[in-house]
Design a protein around this ligand. Structure first.
Ligand code: SF4
Length: 231
């Protein structure tokens, strides 16, 4: 018998997909979540809330993890050239063209969902991410739900991703890993202003890696830029 697994990151899109699937009584055997270890506290809070709901509904919940911790991969893993030479330690920041964390996440979830129908939370306004694969289903796309509608739907259901009195989606475009190098300068300025705890954490990580965070800019350069703009 076919199994149906929803892969959920507990961001707005995949959460909206999950909640609406349950509401619509769609076939769902299991929910799988990959924990990078670098998620916002708000994501972990919502995850725990939903986990309880799934347990009450009798839906299996599974957590997957990377082989090594994010920091181990980022700062300490021995990285070798194709000829076997050790080139450096740690992949450094994850994001842009060096999305080593995403690669492991996708690979691990795909492996876990092999043989099942995997529900993926891709919104209607992201059609390029839809793959023509008979083992994947994209309910948000079928429902023509845009990212904005997903967020509204989750808010209406009482999920707000709130930390330090701030709704994360009010100040960030994406609520993915807090240390994601894909964050743009506007989001980073908002970290500094509204989420100083994470800004400090970014600085601590920058202290441990020589590679700049964005292009040629380290977190400290970005901080200077933000301060200059505010002066
Ligand atoms: S959200 Fe960013 S940091 Fe996290 S795995 Fe994806 S690319 Fe890497």
């Amino acid at each position: 018998m076919k199994r149906y697994i929803a892969s959920v990151s507990f961001g707005k899109d995949s959460l909206a997909m999950l909640l609406k699937m349950i509401e619509n009584g769609m076939p769902l055997d299991e929910v799988v979540y990959f924990d990078t270890g670098m998620e916002f506290k708000a994501i972990y809070d919502i995850k725990n809330q939903v986990k309880t709901m799934l347990c009450n509904l009798g839906i299996k919940y599974t957590e997957l993890y990377p082989k090594r911790s994010f920091k181990e991969n980022m700062l300490r893993k021995t990285v070798r050239h194709r000829d076997g030479r050790i080139t450096h330690n740690g992949y450094s920041w994850c994001g842009g063209r060096c999305r080593w964390g995403t690669m492991e996440k996708v690979r691990t979830i795909e492996k876990y969902c092999k043989g099942a129908i995997q529900y993926v939370g891709i919104a209607y306004d992201e059609p390029k991410r839809i793959k023509n694969n008979p083992n994947k289903s994209y309910p948000l796309y079928d429902w023509q739900m845009t990212e904005k509608e997903c967020l509204e739907y989750c808010y209406n259901k009482g999920y707000f991703w709130e930390e330090s009195g701030v709704r994360l989606y009010d100040v960030l475009d994406r609520v993915s890993c807090w240390c994601c190098a894909n964050k743009n300068l506007k989001e980073l300025a908002n970290y500094k202003k509204y989420l100083p705890k994470y800004w400090d954490r970014l600085k601590r990580l920058q202290d441990e890696t020589t590679r700049p965070f964005k292009g040629k800019l380290t977190i400290y350069d970005i901080e200077k830029k933000i301060e200059e703009k505010q002066a």
